[in-house]
Design a protein around this ligand. Structure first.
Ligand code: GSH
Length: 325
């Protein structure tokens, strides 16, 4: 991580823990908002007006939080408005790296080698982890925001007429329900799998793992009335946030994070739900199972030899092909 703008290599890879040995995720530190007229958003300062070719998104395809933003960019038709860089799948000694691994790109905007160099360009005294996603402003050469939940919302409504208005990922009538779903699914499932994986005590692992499966059970029941998406017939940001975890579940969390009570494939409705979302035009291209497996299985504290398992067979997700690279 960065300490006062200097890279320190001591971090890898077990992150901050609480007094019970539970994993604690760092809070995001750049919280400005792009808005149609440049007015300040709910946090941070103003001046980030929605303009074509002004903003650049940095993601990792292994990362569920970054993938949220990639999906939102795609569905809102912002691919030609916001350019993109993809890091390689492994957290190396200096964190995320730009290189030539298939599916990754170079940093075509700032020509950095490491993601942390963007953080110090934005703030030369930055202390914290250099995480993806990052929304970068090419005009003022700084980070607009590095919190995926914010970025998804600003891609949905901050780009005004530059974005496809037919799709609303956070419709006013569903906001309360979406907020409630997010508040429940994030700690128990999205971050719950990480809390299970990075737990350093049996007790914190058990608590996290129980939460993960209780949440999956509850979501499976929620879909029992035949609703296609979490809130009903409309696909919303709550679905994006659930999908990015479900699509990684069997490929990574079931193995490396020891969330192995059941595979996702044992949940018929959740599997059908995952397939339904994969079939939405554009979404499948945001999923790269090779990056996901390479990335998670390279976490040295959990898998010192870095061996990437061959399985599982994910054919049930993509019935027409055996796997998707
Ligand atoms: N709150 C952030 C979390 C992002 C996050 O934790 N990203 C991970 C990858 S999945 C990361 O970049 N980790 C690098 C590190 O911790 O050094 C968000 O949702 O945007």
């Amino acid at each position: 991580m960065l300490v006062n703008g200097k890279w320190t290599a001591e971090w890898h890879p077990v992150q901050a823990t609480d007094e019970k040995g539970g994993f604690v995720r760092q809070t995001s530190s750049f919280r400005h908002w792009v808005t149609p007229d440049g007015a300040p958003g709910i946090t941070g300062s103003g001046g980030f007006i929605a303009e074509p070719d002004r903003y650049h998104l940095y993601v990792a395809l292994i990362c569920p939080w970054a993938s949220r933003t990639l999906i939102a960019r795609k569905l809102k038709g912002l691919e030609s408005v916001i350019s993109l860089s993809v890091v390689e799948p492994w957290l190396l000694d200096e964190g995320w790296h730009f290189g030539d691994y298939p599916g990754a790109t170079r940093d075509t905007v700032n020509h950095k080698e490491w993601l942390h160099q963007l953080y110090t360009q934005a703030d030369s005294g930055f202390t914290g982890r250099a995480t993806v996603p990052v929304l970068w402003d090419k005009k003022t050469h700084t980070i607009v925001n590095n919190e995926s939940a914010d970025i998804v919302r600003m891609l949905n409504s901050g780009f005004g007429t530059l974005a496809d208005s037919r799709i609303d990922l956070y419709p006013a009538a569903l906001r309360e329900e979406i907020d409630q779903l997010n508040a429940e699914i994030y700690p128990r499932l999205n971050n719950g799998v990480y809390r299970a994986g990075f737990a350093t005590t049996q007790e914190s692992y058990q608590e996290a793992c129980d939460g993960v499966f209780a949440m999956l059970d509850s979501l499976e029941n929620r879909l029992a009335d035949g609703r296609p998406f979490l809130t009903g017939s409309e696909f919303t940001e709550a679905d994006i946030r659930l999908f990015v975890t479900l699509i990684r579940f069997d490929a990574a969390y079931h193995g490396i994070f020891k969330c192995n009570l059941r595979p996702l494939q044992a949940y018929a409705r959740l599997l059908g739900y995952t397939r339904r979302i994969l079939a939405i035009p554009g979404i499948r291209e945001t999923v790269n199972i090779d990056h996901i497996k390479q990335g998670y299985y390279s976490i040295k504290a959990l898998n010192p030899n870095g061996i990437v398992p061959t399985g599982p067979d994910l054919g049930a997700y993509w019935p027409e092909e055996q796997h998707h690279g």
